[in-house]
Design a protein around this ligand. Structure first.
Ligand SMILES: CC(=O)SCCNC(=O)CCNC(=O)[C@H](O)C(C)(C)COP(=O)(O)OP(=O)(O)OC[C@H]1O[C@@H](n2cnc3c(N)ncnc32)[C@H](O)[C@@H]1OP(=O)(O)O
Ligand SMILES: O=CC(=O)O
Ligand SMILES: [Mg+2]
Length: 716
């Protein structure tokens, strides 16, 4: 195989004027970004262009050296851990806690404290329910996510494998399948919002008498509005409809309040490598917040124009009006501290840190909501919710806090308007979680176990400790249970109840809804007040779990638990005595490589940052940068320890490239990876990510992906 054809896109170190850039307050700003800021993002906010650009220049000047130093600290600690493993080849585990303390990887626990976050919306502070994540670059999906606050339970059950593991066949309505759906949904009502007498299945209409009258809270037209555990259920009455016609009470659907909040994602799920991409993502964030985002597309033979739903007004039982939110509360995930962006260049010609640009831009755009400049409102409490991923330890959280302070000052926002959601997805953050929360204690609105990135970091941190278990076994090992438990326990101990979310990770099998219904109840049962879902349909089905489990009660029960010791968290999932058969090793490798290629080829050639990719058992799995980190780090680890060698990897890459090409054969814009010339940028990038995986910063995939995508864009 030829060596990688990737070269660094020109990064430049000089301050000479460049094509496509304009000068603003000493920064070179990509023209499309400058135009977007000055004509779309600033108008109405009361911030003029000079103030914004000089504020951004100051932000970069003040925080660039600190950002760089924090990244060097990451590297320094990693090198120390690597050296420890070289010196202790038989350790059979990671570096022990005492020595991690000595090198400053583990820091002292803060004295007990309670977070001071105020002014958050009830979707964050007090009602437990699903959290949807949506790639910011896809306007059609973003709008679907905005509207995913409510979803049809009938459709979610009928259209997926949720009930009996099968999906509908044929185009017409399958009455037998429909009957099963209706019976499940009415049994659901019987269980959680029962009638005083009899079953919902026999209810023939009128005003129902409920066993707990408080569960019936209003009406809209003929429809009934129920509420339990803070979540609403709408019983849709339409005797003329195809479904209502055959129902004793004319029930046409049961709609569940579903995605209480949605993260518009600039991180793991997007491919944004330059100003053009960043502006597209910022524009969608702006449009989603203002309520003027529109997506027009053809679906089947229908032309669809999708917009954000307005709120709906119900009548209370006393006849008063009651407006209910029709849209998910929107949060935005910025990028982490690692990457720089060519959208803005500093006076010395180098790229600005992308996280600094995101902080300034997403906050500026958030002002449209605070000032009510759009058609619709998001936060009713005047907060802008920014999720910050991939932070390593308390110093990096404190840095984020300082950056947010500076952005608030730059935009004239009251202190702690910018709320932060801390992704607990790096090992040093999990191990020092209380100190991390303390560093952002007056603005933190969630902690969330991003177990996918966290698994990647688990492998990378202990890369030299020995071969890791197989991927599926890593997910069952001691560290992950400790990680999930500690996250909840520490969140509760820091007073998150009633103030902030404790969140759980993604259901990464978008088609496996029966399994999700069976298993994801574990998230609310753990005391988490939210958990991630990949799609609106999954949000509706997961919403059912928050009726089955009262999270507030679970939190009270868990508050009494002692916190799992950090030593358990630090247990590395090493294979004790690796004795896998050749078949097992090949299956593991093929599976990883198929996911890597299936994901990377779409990222690099088509700019799609989140895909459903079949695994070797043909189960479609959600793949994003975090799952790519796991797969590539896992192979890098097995290469490092001689479980496999480069020749085997190359052979698998070529075999799997042909397989992925065949899977994409129906896509006319697809560029095959397999072939004689072996010039596929995606294939070469995949090889680089694997072969040089041990050297990638924290095992991240972004540097390789960004370079490859930038190269592929030049080719387009
Ligand atoms: C580790 C982490 O960071 S996890 C967080 C990052 N992950 C994510 O954000 C997951 C986002 N989810 C997705 O991108 C998709 O659901 C995938 C790629 C996982 C699966 O996609 P598919 O099942 O192939 O969905 P498909 O493209 O067929 O879309 C089906 C419908 O669901 C909708 N949909 C799917 N996912 C979402 C979503 N996350 N938000 C809103 N709508 C969605 C689409 O809009 C589409 O409806 P439409 O045709 O009416 O517009
Ligand atoms: O961002 C989420 C993760 O699991 O990684
Ligand atoms: Mg992540």
């Amino acid at each position: 195989m030829t060596t990688t054809a990737l070269r660094e896109p020109s990064q430049g170190n000089d301050a000479a004027p460049r094509d496509g850039y304009v000068q603003r307050a000493g920064l070179a700003v990509a023209e499309e970004l400058a135009r977007f800021v000055e004509t779309e993002a600033l108008p109405g906010t009361g911030i003029d262009a000079n103030r914004f650009w000089s504020g951004l220049a100051q932000l970069c000047e003040e925080f660039t050296p600190q950002n760089r130093a924090l990244l060097q600290r990451r590297e320094g600690l990693q090198q120390t851990i690597d050296q420890w493993h070289r010196d202790h080849p038989q350790s059979g585990d990671g570096m022990p806690p005492r020595e991690l303390r000595e090198i400053g990887y583990l820091v002292p626990e803060p004295a007990p404290f309670t977070i001071g976050t105020t002014g958050v919306d009830s979707e964050i502070s007090s009602v437990a329910g699903p959290q949807l994540v949506v790639p910011a670059l896809n306007a059609r999906f973003v709008l679907n996510a905005v509207n995913a606050r409510w979803g049809s339970l009938y459709d979610a059950l009928y259209g997926t494998d949720a009930l009996n593991g099968t999906t509908p066949t044929g185009s017409g309505y399958d009455a037998k399948r429909g009957a099963r759906v209706i019976s499940w949904a009415k049994a659901f009502l019987d269980k959680y919002t029962p009638l005083a007498n009899g079953s919902w299945a026999d209810w023939t209409g009128g005003v129902p008498v409920l066993s707990d009258p408080d569960h019936l809270v209003g009406t809209i037209g003929d429809n009934l509005l129920l509420r339990r555990n803070g979540l609403h259920i709408e019983i849709v009455i339409d005797p003329q409809s195809e479904i209502g016609l055959n129902d004793p009470a004319g029930i046409a659907d049961i709609r569940l309040e579903s995605a209480l909040s949605t993260i518009v994602d600039l991180e793991d799920s997007v491919a944004a490598v330059d100003a053009e991409d960043k502006v597209a993502a910022y524009r969608n964030w702006l449009g989603a917040l203002r309520g003027d985002l529109v997506a027009s597309f053809t679906k089947g033979d229908q032309k669809v124009v999708r917009t954000a739903n307005p709120d709906r007004t119900y009548q209370t039982l006393d006849g008063d009006s009651m407006a209910l939110r029709s849209r998910s509360l929107l949060l935005v995930r910025n990028v982490g501290h690692l990457m720089t962006t060519p959208a803005v260049r500093l006076p010395d010609g180098t790229e600005a840190y992308e996280g600094l640009l995101d902080a300034a831009m997403t906050a500026l755009i958030g002002m449209h909501d605070l000032k009510g400049l759009g058609r619709l409102r998001n936060s009713l409490t005047g907060s802008i919710y920014i999720v910050k991923p991939k932070m390593h330890g308390p110093d990096e959280c404190a840095f984020t806090n300082d950056v947010f302070n500076a952005v608030e000052d730059m935009l004239g926002l009251p202190r702690h308007t910018l709320k932060v959601g801390v992704m607990d997805e790096e090992r040093r953050t999990s191990a020092n979680l209380a100190a991390c929360i303390h560093a952002v204690k007056d603005r933190v609105f969630f902690i969330n176990t991003g177990f996918l990135d966290r698994t990647g970091d688990e492998i990378h941190t202990s890369m030299l400790a020995g071969p890791m278990q197989r991927k599926a076994d890593i997910k069952k090992a001691e560290w992950i249970a400790a990680y999930e438990d500690r996250n909840v326990q520490i969140g509760l101990a820091c007073g998150f109840t009633g103030r902030a979310q404790i969140g759980k990770g993604m259901w990464a099998a978008p088609d496996a809804m029966q399994d999700m219904l069976d298993q994801k109840i574990g998230h609310p049962m753990s005391g988490a007040s939210t958990a991630w879902v990949p799609s609106p349909t999954a949000a509706t089905l997961h919403a059912a779990h928050y009726q089955a489990c009262n999270v507030a009660e679970r939190q009270q029960q868990r508050l009494a638990e002692p916190i799992v010791p950090v030593a358990k968290l630090l247990t590395v999932p090493l294979a004790e005595s690796p004795d896998w058969s050749a078949e097992e090793i090949a299956a593991e490798l093929d599976n990883n490589i198929q996911s890597i290629l299936g994901y990377m080829v779409r990222w690099i050639d088509a700019g799609i940052g989140c895909s459903k990719v079949p695994d070797i058992h043909d189960v479609g799995l959600m793949e994003d940068r975090a799952t790519l980190r796991i797969s590539s780090q896992h192979i890098a680890n097995w290469l490092q320890h001689g479980i496999i060698d480069h020749a085997i990897v190359d052979e698998a890459l070529h075999r799997m490239a042909a397989k992925v090409d065949a899977q994409n054969a129906g896509d006319p814009s697809y560029r095959p990876m397999a072939g004689e010339d072996r010039q596929s940028i995606a294939l070469n990038a995949a090889r680089e990510l694997i072969v040089e995986g041990a050297q990638q910063p924290s095992g991240y995939t972004e540097p390789v992906l960004h370079r490859a995508r930038a190269l592929a864009k030049q080719r387009i």
